[in-house]
Ligand binder design. Structure first.
Ligand code: SDX
Length: 425
């Protein structure tokens, strides 16, 4: 493609231009500062490509999301979370033998080192599970130190996915003072998690497969989302040479923010607040539009999707079906639907292209499974784990990989000299 021409102070600079496999076009500015002493400026990196990646493609205008070329609609309908983990990490759907081996490894690495149970004893019952999760994942490095042997990394990838659900379930049991329920080798990934959480074997549920399959679908929909805040954090920490566990722990911390992964918890808190306030959703639509009111419509808006978030469409449809099959009537779902309808008819949201995102309806399903609200973001982390791992591994293989080190434009004081304290004031 023809280079871009940039004219600064009558000087013209040529910058290479290239396109990706989906015809996204980028201007390569890597040599701009060396040529011109000028840097680009893009707070929050909303218009900056940080890497080339082959893992996930998003078209925000068309509401397209694909993992390794497969649409999330197809994967949510036809695949399983464990199979999607394999796809994201290895780049291809597994053969039957590959999937069986992968499943066997995940099943047989789901136990925690018994000493790690002592960590849980130190946390107060009020500890947020995301704080516990981030600390426990970082601590895995103490038991499984990184080495130069590639087979160690392969095993640590398995350990992370396998042990995450155990850490999540143990942190929940500790918070309610219940005994830990250990992993069972005869249950699927999601059945085992639900059993460790509720000590009720999946077969005891009146709809055993429904809950496990619904959770499986939710984890698939959260599995990756290209260079979002937490994934960019995982890549940035990994760029320093930090190990996989430290990088993922940092990603968990980034996900814990209410503007990112914790939004799913904030949505339910918001819906419960509206319900407690008499269900007056119009009042809260007006609050969300009021610049002087810090209230935001949680679960609405997205940096990339300027049309519907395809994940929200699947989750909303699933919420209707699953609650109906379980015979649950959740008033929060009705409030959410009213909010969506009114917001989408309102110019404020239309002009800003604000639509429901992945977090708007997911909490309704987690509630139906009996998962407590403060565990919702942990569920997001469980889903996102294979994406973080795949992106971290890809960043390590990138021949152009460098330690992340953005520049800045300094706006502070110019040079000045020290004055003794008696001369200040
Ligand atoms: C996730 O990046 C990813 O891929 C993330 C994620 C993933 O899978 O990893 O998709 C997961 O994090 C989803 C987003 C979850 N967060 C929320 O639901 C929190 C509520 N949403 C927002 O705070 C906001 O929409 C963001 C953070 C999601 C996006 O913020 P942007 O792109 O920085 O947009 P902005 O804050 O600049 O807002 C643009 C305008 C502003 O109004 P004006 O100044 O132009 O008048 O839209 C307004 C904002 O005030 N706005 C909202 C709003 N979101 C944006 N107004 C009311 N309610 C909202 N939710």
């Amino acid at each position: 493609m023809d280079p871009a021409k940039l004219v600064i102070n009558d000087n013209e600079y040529e910058l290479p231009v290239f396109a990706g496999s989906e015809d996204e076009v980028a201007v390569d500015i890597r040599k701009l500062r060396a040529q011109s002493k000028v840097v680009t400026y893009d707070p929050g990196y909303g218009n900056t490509g940080s890497c080339e990646s082959s893992i996930t493609f998003i078209d925000g205008e068309k509401g397209i999301l694909r993992y390794r070329g497969y649409s999330i609609e197809e994967l949510a309908e036809k695949s399983s979370f464990v199979e999607v983990c394999y796809l994201l990490i290895h780049g291809e759907l597994p053969t039957e033998v590959q999937l069986d081996i992968f499943k066997h490894k995940l099943t047989h690495h789901s136990l925690l080192h018994e000493d790690m149970k002592k960590f849980f004893e130190g946390y107060p019952a009020s500890a947020h599970p995301m704080s516990v999760l981030s600390a426990m994942v970082a601590s895995l490095a103490a038991y499984y130190p990184e080495s130069d042997d590639p087979s160690d990394l392969d095993l640590n990838v398995i350990r992370l996915i396998a042990k995450l659900k155990t850490i999540a379930a143990f942190s929940y049991k500790k918070s309610i003072g219940h005994p830990y329920v250990y992993p069972r080798n005869d249950l699927s990934y999601t059945e085992d998690f639900l059993n460790m959480m509720f000590a009720v074997p999946a077969e005891a549920y009146n709809s055993p497969d429904l809950l496990a399959l619904t959770l499986d679908m939710l984890l698939i929909l959260h599995a990756d989302h290209e260079q979002n805040c937490s994934t960019s954090t995982v890549r940035m920490v990994g760029s320093s040479g930090a190990d996989l566990f430290a990088s993922i722990s940092a990603g968990i911390s980034a996900l814990s923010g209410p503007l990112h992964g914790k939004a799913n918890q904030e949505v339910i808190d918001m819906l419960e607040r509206i319900q407690a306030d008499g269900g007056d959703y119009n009042k809260y639509i007006e609050k969300a539009k009021d610049k002087n009111d810090p209230f935001r419509l949680m679960g609405f808006g997205h940096r990339v999707y300027k049309n519907f978030d395809p994940r929200a469409k699947v989750i909303k449809k699933t919420a209707d079906r699953v609650l109906s099959e379980l015979g649950i009537r959740d008033p929060l779902l009705d409030i959410a639907k009213h909010l969506e309808r009114v917001a989408l008819e309102d110019d404020y949201f239309g002009e800003r292209k604000l639509y429901p995102n992945v977090d708007f309806y997911s909490g309704i399903l987690y509630r139906a499974m009996g998962i407590p609200t403060n565990m919702f973001t942990v569920m997001f982390a469980m889903g996102r784990m294979p994406g973080w791992i795949a992106q971290w591994i890809e960043s390590k293989k990138d021949p152009d990989a460098k330690i992340h080190r953005p520049r800045q434009i300094y706006m502070g004081s110019t040079e000045r000299h020290y004055r003794p304290i008696e001369q200040r004031g």
